[in-house]
Design a protein around this ligand. Structure first.
Ligand code: NAD
Ligand code: NAG
Length: 455
């Protein structure tokens, strides 16, 4: 019964509610059924390589693109699964091996997807050969270490994150040039490249009008203002895209994405073997998903500091839709890097926590902040480009919260409560302030808690 929720959402027509505080376009959650009609055929069908296609965003995106009729090749070296082992955590949902996933998709949809185990950073020659062999129209690049907390954990994880992310992006540009395939690169960046609340107004899409000393007007990349080593890699990526576009005429789109929430999409719910990854731990769990998980488990919500941080959010189903929109709207040869803000709305963390607390009855727990960041910030973001290209974004919605809660309930026996508190600290001072946090103090309500501890 659980999965029918998506199909029973009301068939509301798309409409836009302008808000006074922010120009982010919001709308009622749209039905997934509406989008099934846009399936491609003939000339619209694209060959797409999805780098990082085993991950939280990459897997549902691969399924969506395949479902739409595109020809998908997944590349991943399973580094994320290795990091789970290193951290002693696991996805709350039981994700299957890539082979089982691809086979299950074939049984469910009749569609073939290839899986290639390849390290984008370490196996350059294989990457060039793959691009030559596959002749892709587009290459979607999700293959980076994506947790800000993990990137701040130790000097080893800082160095790994910079090497892997910047090295991988540079490899991709070189490989597209060496293979002589005119593939459109679609990269996942982050809203964090802009800094939070530093531009004094609405954050534009990538470029900002400035007046240079001497009075000349210009339109330049928005200043980079990263808040972690992870975010710094996305800023460095952006400079690489700018350089290789200018120097080699590569066609590149950079998508500055907000925090992704949700777990299932209309494709992943078709078979339990297609289930998406769900990270709940202090390092990889993203904020709304962590709260939803904690709410469902009866654990007080781990709000950092005052919860005054304002962040941008997007539902996982929209991540996949946005990627297809980007693929279908490549910049022309010679055009500068296309940049979209891939967000649905902005919300303050404590307001998000309150929504979850009201729905589940759990309390909010204001913890010392493990991150070096402003306690409070405003955030207004433009997302006009995606909206003008037909995205009707899904906003925070209780029906969709319930869907996540049901997933969590189903797999709560797999949760290790000692992984819920923050486990990475931005600097010495923050680590000292968080010294009182005891991972073993977190207890799960309800009958499943005994099994949970040994899971
Ligand atoms: N999840 C979010 O909330 C969010 C928000 C904004 C941006 N993004 C960006 O979207 C992208 C995907 O994020 P995600 O949440 O799916 O992360 P994820 O860790 O679940 O997926 C990334 C995938 O890339 C693979 N990978 C990493 N390095 C690789 C390499 N060198 N070679 C081959 N494969 C490699 C990993 O094994 C993993 O499967 C990231 O670039 C991330 O920065 C994510
Ligand atoms: C793949 O991922 C891990 C990260 O866990 C990395 O250390 C490893 O060297 C990678 N590549 C290969 C070719 O094994």
């Amino acid at each position: 019964m659980k999965f029918y929720l998506f199909l029973t959402l009301p068939l509301t027509a798309a409409f836009t509610v302008p808000t006074t505080k922010s120009v982010v376009h919001t709308s009622k959650p749209s039905t997934f059924a509406l989008h099934a009609e846009s399936a491609v055929n003939g000339a619209d069908k694209k060959k797409v390589i999805v780098l990082g296609g085993d991950g939280f965003c990459g897997w549902p995106t691969s399924l969506y693109l395949s479902d739409q009729g595109h020809d998908v090749v997944i590349v991943d070296n399973l580094s994320r699964r290795n990091i789970d082992t290193e951290l002693g955590c696991d996805s709350l949902t039981p994700i299957q091996s890539p082979d089982v996933r691809v086979q299950a998709w074939k049984e469910v949809s009749g569609k073939e997807m290839k899986f290639v185990n390849l390290d984008v950073y370490k196996e350059y020659d294989l990457l060039v050969q793959l691009i030559k062999d596959e002749q892709p129209d587009s290459i979607v690049h999700f293959a980076e270490q994506r947790a800000a907390p993990y990137s701040m954990k130790t000097s080893k994880t800082k160095r790994y994150t910079v090497d892997n992310n910047v090295g991988g992006s540079n490899n991709l540009c070189c490989a597209v040039i060496d293979s002589e395939v005119d593939a459109h690169i679609v990269h996942l960046g982050t809203m964090g490249v802009y800094g939070y609340g530093t531009s004094g107004g609405e954050i534009p899409e990538g470029y900002i009008d400035v007046i240079l000393p001497g009075g000349r007007e210009s339109n330049i990349l928005h200043p980079a203002y990263p808040g972690s080593v992870y975010h710094a890699t996305k800023c460095l990526d952006a400079l690489l895209w700018q350089f290789y576009q200018k120097n080699d005429n590569l066609r590149i789109t950079d998508l500055h994405q907000g925090i992704v929430w949700g777990t299932n999409t209309p494709q992943t719910i078709k078979d339990e073997r297609l289930i998406n990854r769900f990270d709940y731990d202090g390092d990889y769990g993203t904020v709304l998903n962590r709260f939803l998980m904690q709410g469902a488990m009866g654990v007080p919500l781990t709000v950092y500091g005052t919860g005054g941080q304002t962040r941008a959010f997007i539902h996982i189903t929209d991540t996949a839709r946005c990627i297809e929109i980007a693929i279908n709207n490549p910049p022309k040869a010679g055009e500068r890097v296309e940049i979209f803000n891939q967000v649905a709305e902005t919300r303050r963390v404590r307001d998000v926590a309150k929504l979850v607390a009201d729905q589940t009855g759990v309390e909010m727990n204001l913890l010392p902040n493990p991150r070096q960041e402003a306690a409070e910030n405003e955030l207004d973001v433009s997302n006009r480009k995606f909206c003008s290209l037909g995205l009707d974004p899904i906003t925070l919605d209780e029906a969709l919260f319930n869907e996540v809660t049901e997933v969590v309930q189903k797999y709560k026996h797999r949760c290790d409560p000692t992984k819920i508190l923050p486990a990475s600290f931005w600097n010495k001072k923050r680590a000292e302030e968080c010294a009182s946090l005891d991972p073993n103090s977190v207890k799960i309500n309800g009958a499943a808690s005994k099994e949970a501890v040994k899971a």
